[in-house]
Design a protein around this ligand. Sequence first.
Ligand code: TMP
Length: 211
Amino acid sequence: MRGIFITFEGCDGSGKSTQIRRVSSALRERGVDVLTTREPGGTPFGELVRSLLLDPNGPERTPLAEMLMYSAARAEIVARVIAPALREGKLVLSERFYDSTTVYQGYAGGIPIPDIETINRISTVGLTPDLTFVLDLKDPQVFHARLGPKKKDKIESRDEEYHRRVREGYRDLAKRYPERIHVVDASLTEDEVFGAVMSVILGFMDKAQKR
Ligand code: TMP
């Protein structure tokens, strides 16, 4: 039986890592075999791409070059980590997946969405998440406060307009794929966000078992 693939999306500082940590430990306590991954990264090649793309002093590049690099890292993690885990029946929780490329390089970076969707299909060999949570932060002040004094990476340092388009992109995707994408208000407390996310996941698992 194929496992379950769940992705977490949202702007930087929206609380994705915290929620993945909490969800993975709650599911493990219920006996679920969970694997967590993040993008870009999760393989030696992907981690190199990550440091190249996010280094604040790293080279400038066109949105197209950037899109292809993120996609190359994704091809690697899908082939070596995510697809094998799903074949073994695991539940995979990924911090970011192809919706990040659609939103950051497409909606915000200007690459036509149909082109990105084609590359997404190629890099993932057609793998689609079963569920996606977008942790939505309305107020950019919250995002800046959460990032704190740490030095911003290459993408975080882009202007407010770029990040506004990222947020709008996610909201638009959620409208296009309402079955898969669930928007959760990330300004709620950590417990409230966790409660909302868990109830969707448990509902999905319940339905999947009855199938
Ligand atoms: P993060 O791990 O801190 O979220 O950093 C990853 C950064 O890379 C984040 O700013 C979003 C960006 N990103 C893209 O622009 N496109 C992508 O396809 C992915 C996976 C991430």
